[in-house]
Design a protein around this ligand. Structure first.
Ligand SMILES: *[C@@H]1O[C@H](CO)[C@@H](O)[C@H](O)[C@H]1NC(C)=O
Ligand SMILES: *[C@@H]1O[C@H](CO)[C@@H](O)[C@H](O)[C@H]1NC(C)=O
Ligand SMILES: *[C@@H]1O[C@H](CO)[C@@H](O)[C@H](O)[C@H]1NC(C)=O
Ligand SMILES: *[C@@H]1O[C@H](CO)[C@@H](O)[C@H](O)[C@H]1NC(C)=O
Ligand SMILES: *[C@@H]1O[C@H](CO)[C@@H](O)[C@H](O)[C@H]1NC(C)=O
Ligand SMILES: *[C@@H]1O[C@H](CO)[C@@H](O)[C@H](O)[C@H]1NC(C)=O
Ligand SMILES: *[C@@H]1O[C@H](CO)[C@@H](O)[C@H](O)[C@H]1NC(C)=O
Ligand SMILES: *[C@@H]1O[C@H](CO)[C@@H](O)[C@H](O)[C@H]1NC(C)=O
Length: 619
């Protein structure tokens, strides 16, 4: 229901030259000091030359000149572990293979045990592979691929630069791009089991496991300094648990990947767990039960989770902390938390890894986590009841992690009062968990308009997800404002272009949690993009508008609001597997999964140009 009252109230009094700013609804133009009164018509010699644009090329990341170290080398770091690591290699499932012959059935971590994990997972076609089974050597990009697109007519007009050291980069995650799921010793993850057989799977996806060098080279060529990727737990530890052997091929893969990132002059950002928990944790029990919170069962509630994840995280630190300055323990833990135990386990595991990194390894980089919350804003920002409801929503999504981790404060009351079995942290636990993050990573895609449902919050909070669709937040969530307009231009999915909300969000986070912020994911799946011709997919102006408006608001947040935003990582650097869907494209490159060719979209050039023009590329 759209209100016409604003328009009706608008009185157009555009008479003489000085009356061009109205106060009754038309947009003010304070920059327009002396508009001419009347046009001057005249003849002149005509030329097409005004259409000739200067051709510009993307500027590649310069070759590295120095080496930075952020922690001890492996040989020194490994001595800090309380366990001795053994390494081994396992096999690969080749196309059509139904059995891997192995005689070591007595070895609980042997070849037979490894292949039986796959057989027990009982997946259709998991031995499918794409074009490659070995790492592809990169080829330099022809300059013809680096010609900048035409600019959009409208764009940011700010005059700010990014502060020195601002971390601008692009992101992807292992399961969404790697493929090669049954190769080189990887174990099955919950993502292979999560979706019905009829949905597109992650088995092959972008074959980044073998094409990573080419993919990284493309990023360096277009000029991006930071590359954020996730490591697959099942590739490092095919048997998940402490004491099980480390997969030599998995370690080598990510060592080579990190070295290649550095070789081309870029900097790696590593996420330890991005939804792809080993299937080990949800085998049989609780697999498909209705969660108390979040959407999926990530297995975080398991009694073995904390110890196992911390062991895995420490193994990553010992191998890679020397070269990696930014670490994310868990990506968007809320979504896969399942219940209070899952949330609580994540908080404890994160804190333990933070302490290990800083206290035991003396790592000089940063460790944090990445949180999701499509910022809850009160429908009427002056209505205290709705403000309280929005706070409840944000507390339950973010505060459950940030109260203890950033502030050393107890879990939010809404969590303790709503989730079954929720327990407060003890004073001792809080002391240990307090201030165990160097940044808040916020995946601030969009916003949510919050109001109070007719039934009230209290009644709903006593129910569960089966009986009440609003549970556990128990607030009304909308994507229209108080006057019935969408909060911004809509994408293919839940994302709307909401730059003004973003600026408020950053201010909310900084002033509430007093911790440096990284905009750790933001991106826009253009509506119906995958149905368009390639050339039209590449001209993705809505995505450019999303990125440039968000980045412009980040600058205002820094310079006008005093908010410490230390970085922004765009999601994603290429179209990928969006959990059962390839049509919802968040990428800044098109990927053809038959040929594995990639093409830069316009928005990729636009965001790099925006950041580069404001000294924010970090080189
Ligand atoms: C217009 O651009 C083309 C292609 O860059 C160039 O060859 C030509 O000389 C330009 N003409 C003028 C008048 O600048
Ligand atoms: C899953 O459960 C079955 C039956 O209990 C067991 O034999 C198998 O090893 C388990 N799979 C994994 C991956 O742990
Ligand atoms: C598995 O592959 C076969 C042969 O290509 C195909 O007919 C079948 O639909 C596939 N099943 C799934 C679940 O992808
Ligand atoms: C870490 O630093 C502390 C104090 O600066 C020092 O005592 C300790 O030996 C260092 N540990 C490592 C692994 O370098
Ligand atoms: C969370 O779920 C697991 C698996 O069903 C269960 O064992 C555990 O008790 C649950 N935790 C709470 C607090 O309900
Ligand atoms: C404030 O919000 C509540 C809940 O949405 C609503 O019931 C109430 O009427 C609002 N009050 C005002 C003054 O708008
Ligand atoms: C949800 O609540 C209903 C009604 O109290 C109850 O019957 C049901 O068992 C609950 N479901 C879960 C998953 O707790
Ligand atoms: C991928 O490339 C192949 C071969 O050129 C072509 O036939 C196919 O249409 C392309 N697929 C998409 C989705 O563009």
């Amino acid at each position: 229901m759209k209100s016409l009252s604003l328009l009706a109230a608008a009185v157009a009094v555009v008479q003489a030259q000085e009356v061009y700013i109205t106060t009754s609804g038309y947009t003010a133009r304070p920059q327009c000091t002396e508009p001419p009164a009347t046009p001057t018509y005249r003849f002149q010699s005509f030329s097409y030359a005004s259409l000739n644009d200067t051709v510009r090329y993307a500027i590649s990341v310069p070759s590295p000149t120095t080496t930075h170290t952020y922690g001890p080398a492996y040989s020194e770091a490994v001595a800090k572990l309380s366990t001795t690591l053994s390494t081994t290699t396992w096999g690969s499932w080749l196309p059509g293979q139904t059995i891997i012959s192995a005689t070591d059935t007595a070895d609980k971590y042997g070849q037979a045990a490894w292949s039986s994990q796959w057989l027990h997972a009982s997946l259709a076609n998991y031995t499918d592979i794409g074009l490659y089974t070995t790492t592809v050597s990169p080829t330099p990009l022809p300059t013809s691929e680096l010609v900048l697109p035409p600019r959009d007519y409208f764009g940011p007009t700010d005059c700010y630069n990014f502060p020195e050291g601002f971390t601008f980069g692009v992101a992807g995650s292992a399961a969404q791009i790697e493929g090669a799921i049954g190769l080189e010793g990887r174990a099955p993850s919950i993502l292979e089991k999560m979706l019905p057989d009829t949905k597109p799977q992650d088995y092959v996806t972008n074959e980044n496991y073998y094409l990573y060098k080419q993919d990284i080279q493309r990023l360096a060529s277009i000029g991006v300094k930071y590359y954020s990727f996730s490591i697959s737990w099942g590739r490092i530890l095919p048997f998940t648990v402490p004491g099980s052997p480390v997969n030599e091929q998995g370690i080598k893969h990510y060592n080579d990947l990190i070295d290649y990132v550095l070789e081309v002059g870029m900097v790696p950002i590593v996420t330890m767990l991005h939804f792809d928990t080993p299937l080990y944790f949800i085998n049989a029990s609780a697999g498909y039960a209705v969660p108390d919170i979040g959407y999926q069962n990530g297995g975080y509630w398991s009694e073995e989770f904390v110890e196992s994840f911390v062991n895995y995280g420490k193994i990553l630190f010992t191998h890679f902390a020397d070269r990696v300055p930014f670490w994310v323990t868990i990506n968007e833990p809320l979504l896969y938390a399942f219940n209070f135990t899952g949330l609580d386990n994540v908080v404890h595991a994160h804190a333990e890894l933070y302490h290990f990194y800083h206290d035991t390894l003396n790592g000089t980089g940063k460790v944090g986590l990445k949180l999701n919350d499509n910022f809850g804003v009160p429908k009427n920002p002056e209505n205290q009841t709705e403000i309280d409801a929005a706070n409840r929503f944000n507390d339950m999504q973010l505060g459950v992690f940030t109260y203890p981790i950033c502030l050393g404060q107890q879990y939010p009351k809404s969590i303790l009062d709503t989730l079954p079995g929720a327990k407060p942290l003890s004073k001792k636990e809080l002391e240990y968990i307090s201030h165990t993050t160097d940044f808040i990573g916020i995946d601030a895609y969009t916003a949510t308009v919050i109001s109070v449902p007719a039934e009230g919050i209290e009644n709903c909070a006593k129910q569960n997800m089966t009986t009440n669709s609003l549970y556990p937040y128990c607030v009304t969530q909308e994507t229209v404002n108080a006057y019935g307009w969408d909060i911004g231009y809509r994408s293919q999915s839940y994302v709307y272009i909401t730059p003004i909300y973003l600026r408020t969000y950053l201010s909310y986070l900084w002033n509430t949690y007093k911790t440096p912020l990284i905009l750790s994911e933001f991106g826009f799946p253009v509506y119906a993009e995958s149905t368009r011709d390639l050339v039209d997919q590449l001209y993705d102006s809505p995505r450019s508008e999303y990125y440039l408006s968000f980045m412009s608001e980040v600058l205002k947040s820094i310079w006008e609001d005093g908010v410490n935003v230390i970085g922004a990582i765009a999601w994603s650097f290429m179209d990928n597997w969006e959990f059962g869907d390839y049509a919802q494209q968040f990428g800044m490159q098109v990927v053809n999964r038959t040929t594995q060719e990639r093409w830069f979209k316009k928005s990729f050039f636009d965001i790099v140009d925006f950041v580069g023009a404001r000294n924010g590329l970090g080189y």
